[in-house]
Design a protein. Structure first.
Length: 407
């Protein structure tokens, strides 16, 4: 393929801003759960571009549809109707049980729209200074508003003053949520990830989700669940909160929704669906024909190939295999916990483990480490049991070796 980059790739980007600590690999092409770098080396992809490449790489049906779409229309603007916006919105409404959708292009934009919905909800009720409950270790994006909602000082450092109007509480503690909002008439919404991704694969408990839903009903607050990372089938249901049998009022989506084509969406239920009126919100790229086609085809292919069931089956196989391979480390506490659901898996180690990313890549496996000490697996939802076994075979010896080394 095209060896466009002069190696070594460590020094390959003198003109791109230095915002990422990159692994020294330049990828060239992919097929299924495998990708190849510009030197021809093959990698098993257990990251999927951070939960984005739902259908893996070069999926035949998906590529054919995108080729067809590129030859028709890529972009038209929202001055005109885009028929696939209605098709994709109808699918998302059907899958979520909610009612209306706004389309944008990224996760932070979906969250930004959610925050604007919450504030508008407040203003429409006469609350001039609305406040939104957010969580410790949350990640909602890197715009000024979404980094203010994010619960990570590293994301916020250097970018103050932060946006006001957020109240922060710990996960899974209904008493603390009640206490933090007691007698405060300005609260309008509770906003969290059903399973925190960047924060280290931390799940909201099922009973907590139901308690927060009930509290939001009681106080007339919006329940807003950021499903940007945990949504779109990754946990084995379309949306992670569905495991608790609840429904949010606002649900931002992005990452996996377009299998790699940039897309975001905020889905709203009856309490939030009519808050935006013409002139309140908009975006140039959001909902363009290419992104909408990508969303429609992603959902169609997921259904056709049974990828929700596959995420559950292969996820359980992965977790069971990891549990067996790391049984001694789990018993000793060197591996603190095996977390997550479906194909969203966190292996929490007792010490920082960022070096594992490079070590795995050297052995032909792409993973990520988040929250310093959590190995995170987010493979394409097409991953097979045999590929999951390969992940275990490469990853676990490296984890053991790392744990045995200097602290
Ligand atoms: C990735 C992510 C975002 C931000 O999405 P971008 O597309 O990078 O702006 C927001 N929320 C969650 C839960 C995410 O995982």
């Amino acid at each position: 393929m095209n060896a466009a980059l002069p190696l070594p790739v460590e020094a390959a980007s003198p003109h791109v801003m230095n915002t990422y600590g990159r692994v020294p690999i330049a990828l060239s092409h992919g097929q299924g759960c495998r990708v190849w770098d510009v030197n021809g080396k093959c990698y098993l992809d257990a990251l999927a571009g951070i939960a984005v490449n739902t259908l893996g790489h070069n999926h035949a049906g998906f590529v054919a549809a995108l080729r067809d779409q590129v030859g028709r229309l890529i972009h038209t603007s929202n001055y005109y109707h885009v028929p696939d916006q209605e098709r994709l919105a109808a699918r998302l409404v059907e899958l979520s049980g909610m009612t209306n959708v706004f389309f944008c292009s990224t996760g932070l934009e979906a969250n930004e729209a959610a925050l604007k919905l919450a504030r508008k909800f407040g203003h429409d009720r006469g609350i001039a200074r609305p406040e939104i409950v957010v969580y410790e270790n949350a990640f909602h994006g890197r715009s000024i508003a979404t980094l203010s909602a994010t619960g990570n000082p590293k994301v916020q450092a250097g970018f103050g003053p932060l946006v006001e109007g957020f109240i922060r509480v710990p996960l899974n503690d209904i008493g603390q949520l009640r206490q933090a909002t007691e007698g405060n008439p300005n609260v309008v919404a509770v906003f969290f990830e059903a399973i925190q991704g960047e924060g280290g694969i931390n799940a909201m408990h099922m009973d907590y989700l139901r308690q927060v839903r009930a509290l939001c009903d009681e106080r007339n607050w919006l329940l807003m669940i950021d499903e940007v990372q945990c949504g779109m089938g990754r946990t084995g249901k379309w949306f992670a909160h569905q495991w608790a049998g609840i429904q949010p009022d606002v649900m931002p989506l992005a990452k996996g929704l377009g299998s790699g084509v940039p897309i975001g969406a905020v889905v709203a239920g009856p309490k939030a669906a009519a808050l935006f009126q013409p002139g309140n919100h908009g975006t140039t790229f959001g909902g363009n024909p290419l992104a909408m086609r990508a969303g429609v085809e992603t959902i169609r292919i997921m259904e056709q190939e049974g990828l929700l069931a596959n995420a559950t089956r292969v996820g359980e196989h992965l977790r069971a295999g990891l549990g067996r391979a790391l049984a001694a480390e789990l018993a000793s506490g060197a591996v603190r916990e095996l977390r997550g659901q479906g194909l969203m898996i966190g292996i929490a180690l007792a010490k920082p483990c960022g070096v594992l990313v490079g070590q795995c890549a050297e052995q032909g496996l792409l993973i990520s480490v988040t929250a310093e000490s959590v190995v995170r697996l987010l493979p394409p939802l097409i991953m097979t049991v045999a590929e999951a076994d390969e992940v275990i075979a490469i990853l676990c010896p490296l984890i053991r070796q790392h744990l045995a080394g200097a602290p």
